[in-house]
Design a protein around this ligand. Structure first.
Ligand code: SAH
Ligand code: SF4
Ligand code: F3S
Length: 472
């Protein structure tokens, strides 16, 4: 049961590059969030200039990079287990270079080289430009670390090598880092200060994707609502000679790149999500009617301890506004059970919010204490593991049932789907998503291929999938 829950909710993806021709071979695995996946595409691009092409077969690789995640202890354990396999490979082939990139590299720094004797490189998220030199020093016989965080690095002008298989959807990073300091979260320590990327380079990247046949982009940031260009943290204009850009304006600029291009974004923060953003979504049919708005807990006491800077009432008001301005908007959330000092009453309040809002989707986790975070320093991790897990399984059950009910209401309706590919287990079917981010599966029809928009009538539904057929 626990395994099933974890698989259903942890969502840690292992994404491996598609094959490309080149002399030296790079094998890349990405763990954690979409931002890490987008970073792997930047890494592939930096190494491409050095003559490396990506491979899906680690056994033929000259370089193996793991782009790692530290968000929960389990994420780090997954990486350690996988590393075990690569280390065995290196024992057979000593010239193989193994690099640990990403958030674990940044969190553990030199200690990782101490602990993992067969790892050659430890490189943090802001230091990927130094990879070619670091590889050179490894070839010269030295192990290398670069975990310098930057206040400016956005990799703005690097054109990512697209690693996703579909060729239909792609990620574009718009901000890096995070200034929020939620007390449970390791991200501000692994990714540094928040910075926004030049809007012109974002638009150029979206245009390039359209030219290459992509039909959907997801704009990425830990808190997309705090995107700002030429505006100081206090809200003042920095340079009067260039235009300012807010997230709502950026969204509009990307939507205008092509009416055929679907635009998504993630993650929104309840304390910052503005009505301007909602009106922009409502105005442009190609901006998807879907918002991922993590609440974390339904208890004001816990939200305060988490340092989320908003109340449950504020959150519910945001939900009301979303539904008023964007009718039928898909809404998803993140929840943590068993945070420090969480009582049964606090847990009940989280269940109340689930039942009040009725989310289409939720990513649910039990609390995992992370070194150096505010919570680790200030509070005791005092909810026993079995209680954390029991509460998690309760909310998973309730969420599943709510999502099932919502999906049943879709039966008989017709949705426009962007075809992304086939479900892993059934190549006779096609799959894609509605604007509201519902996953839809339907039988293959002659002439319809990934990248096409089709109308699908929904005939059946589970808690996670709508099942339908193509209609004219
Ligand atoms: N920037 C996003 C979240 C990024 S992390 C936001 O603010 O919403 C993704 C999710 O992982 C978080 O929303 C939270 O639910 C979960 N998470 C983060 N730290 C965690 C921890 N220490 N233990 C359990 N879950 C955690
Ligand atoms: Fe972590 Fe909070 Fe920043 Fe999200 S907003 S990345 S949860 S600190
Ligand atoms: Fe993990 Fe780092 Fe993303 S900790 S969730 S990979 S920002």
């Amino acid at each position: 049961m626990e395994k099933e829950i974890n698989e259903a909710i942890q969502g840690t993806a292992t994404l491996i590059g598609k094959e490309e021709k080149g002399t030296k071979k790079l094998y890349l695995e990405s763990y954690g969030c979409a931002m890490n996946f987008a970073d792997s595409e930047v890494v592939a691009s930096i190494l491409k200039k050095e003559g490396y092409s990506t491979t899906r077969n680690f056994e033929e690789a000259d370089v193996i990079f793991m782009n790692t995640c530290s968000i929960r202890d389990k994420a780090e354990q997954t990486v350690r287990n996988r590393l075990y396999l690569f280390k065995k490979l290196k024992k057979k082939n000593p010239s193989l270079i193994i690099g640990v990139l990403g958030c674990m590299a940044e969190r553990l720094k030199e200690a990782l080289l101490e602990e993992e004797k067969l790892v050659d490189l430890v490189v943090g998220p802001d230091a990927y430009r130094s990879l070619p030199q670091l590889i050179e020093s490894v070839n010269g016989g030295q192990r290398a670390v670069n975990v310098l965080l930057s206040r400016e690095e956005t990799y703005a002008e690097i054109s990512p090598v697209r690693l996703a298989e579909s060729g239909v959807t792609a990620f574009i990073s718009i901000t890096r880092g995070c200034d929020n300091m939620c007390s449970f979260c390791v991200v501000p320590f692994t990714r540094g200060r928040e910075r926004s990327r030049n809007p012109l380079s974002i638009i150029a990247e979206a245009r390039e994707l359209v030219e290459n046949g992509y039909q959907e982009v997801t704009l990425l940031g830990q808190n997309v609502d705090s995107y700002r260009w030429n505006i100081s943290k206090k809200g003042e204009i920095i340079d009067p000679n260039i235009p300012t850009t807010s997230f709502a304006q950026l969204l509009e600029m990307v939507a205008k790149v092509s009416p055929e291009l679907r635009v998504r974004f993630s993650t929104s923060h309840p304390k910052d999500m503005s009505d301007d953003v909602l009106h922009t979504i409502a105005k442009y049919p190609n901006i998807c009617n879907y918002i991922h708005l993590p609440i974390q807990s339904g208890s004001n006491k816990i939200l305060k301890e988490m340092n989320r800077n908003h109340t449950v009432e504020w959150y519910l008001e945001r939900i009301e506004k979303i539904r008023k301005i964007i009718p039928n908007c898909g809404i998803s959330t993140d929840i943590i059970t068993g945070f420090c000092n969480e009582t049964e009453e606090d847990h009940k309040q989280t269940i109340d919010v689930l039942n009040k809002v009725k989310f289409n989707l939720a990513y649910m986790y039990y609390y995992s204490e992370r070194p150096k975070t505010l919570a680790e320093r200030k509070f005791e991790d005092n909810v026993p593991l079995d209680v954390k897990k029991r509460r998690l399984s309760e909310i998973v059950t309730i969420q599943r049932s709510n999502a099932y009910d919502l999906n049943q209401q879709q039966i008989g309706k017709i949705h426009e789907i962007l075809v992304e590919g086939s479900p892993k287990k059934d190549k006779n079917q096609l799959s894609g998503r509605t604007s509201e981010n519902n996953y839809v599966v339907f039988p293959k029809v002659e002439g319809i291929k990934p990248g096409d928009y089709v109308n699908v009538k929904i005939n059946k539904a589970t808690s996670a999938t709508l099942i339908g057929e193509v209609v004219k």
